[in-house]
Write a protein that binds this ligand. Structure first.
Ligand code: 8YV
Length: 311
């Protein structure tokens, strides 16, 4: 009999089709009454697919007595209660590597957009201000500035590599000194004080909740720019809005927010902020590769009790 897989949220169509060909799947995000659907299938489910937005709570894990594997669509798996899953002997997999380059690209795109005012420039042309007012106010050069990276993991390193090509100096902060060529700064506040750009690229966990707070932003200073391509909750969003409104920092480039897709209107009103709707991995290539890893982890697990990318 085919395994039954509960799919919490959408993944690309080609891989959803592969799931349909191999398993009996239940698309919970499309169910009219998700709770009733869960009750109906709970004893049959052996596999699950989750996403950043459609995660897996401890309550759901505990409601599925025969669950064996959660195949997560995304590199960050903070939306899955991994601790409870592991306690129950459930395997969790994620989708690293395949999205590293595209996510790093968005980090650089946001940095450039804030420094070179590219979004403002686009509006300046389209709204006819160029003709009316003449040249736009000047931006700032990246060359010679310092980027402080919070979290020098796969994505942080890919950002560093790109940033070096733009003539930026790199320093980094994280839980430990990785003994790499970039200087490690043990105190985040100290790193922020040394940085022109504070680039957030670390995973979200209880340890990194509101890691970037009012003190760190103050240390970043009036010429400093915050860029976040990781998770919204790593930054205290209220403190960020206060710092931007008071001119305590120069600007921000944000791909992620505390309560997606609900972005505070205060952020939308600020000219020195560039906003993106969580698009780090949002190109066809990585999204396809991520979804394929989701499928391949399930296939391998149900065939040989092995997985490719456990967390
Ligand atoms: C999302 C992401 O997974 O990989 C991550 O951690 O945040 C994104 O790639 C994507 O939006 C799909 O849920």
């Amino acid at each position: 009999m085919a395994q039954e897989v509960l799919v919490m949220g959408p993944i690309p169509a080609a891989q959803l089709e592969q799931l349909e060909q191999n398993y009996r799947i239940h698309k919970l995000w499309q169910a009219e009454n998700p709770e009733a659907k869960l009750n109906e299938v709970r004893n049959n489910i052996t596999g699950m697919v989750s996403t950043a937005f459609f995660g897996v709570t401890a309550k759901i894990i505990r409601a599925l007595p025969n669950l064996e594997i959660i195949s997560h669509f995304g590199v960050g798996y903070d939306s899955v209660d991994v601790k409870v899953a592991k306690e129950q002997g459930i395997i969790v997999t994620n989708t690293p590597d395949v999205l590293t380059d595209d996510t790093a690209d968005i980090g650089i795109a946001l940095t450039l957009a804030v420094f070179r005012r590219t979004v403002e420039g686009d509006i300046y042309v389209r709204s006819g201000q160029w003709i009316k007012k003449g040249p736009m106010p000047l931006g700032r050069s990246l060359r010679g500035k310092t980027m402080g990276i919070v979290g020098l993991g796969r994505i942080g390193q890919a950002i560093a590599k790109r940033a070096e090509a733009f003539g930026l100096n790199i320093i980094y902060h994280g839980p430990r000194d990785k003994k790499v060529s970039y200087p490690f700064v043990a105190s985040l506040e100290e790193m922020a004080a040394k940085s022109d750009i504070l680039m957030v690229a670390c995973p979200y966990s209880a340890d990194t909740h509101h890691l970037v707070d009012a003190k760190v932003l103050k240390a970043l200073g009036r010429d400093g720019v915050l860029v976040n391509i990781a998770r919204g909750k790593i930054v205290d969003e209220k403190a960020l809005i206060d710092a931007l409104e008071a001119g305590l920092i120069a600007g921000a480039g944000l791909d992620v927010f505390e309560k997606e897709p609900d972005v505070p209107s205060a952020l939308c009103r600020l000219d020195n902020v560039v906003l993106q709707p969580h698009v780090g991995s949002a190109t066809h290539e990585p999204r396809g590769a991520m979804a394929q890893l989701v499928v391949d982890n399930l296939l391998l697990y149900f065939e040989k009790a092995e997985v490719l990318t456990p967390v």
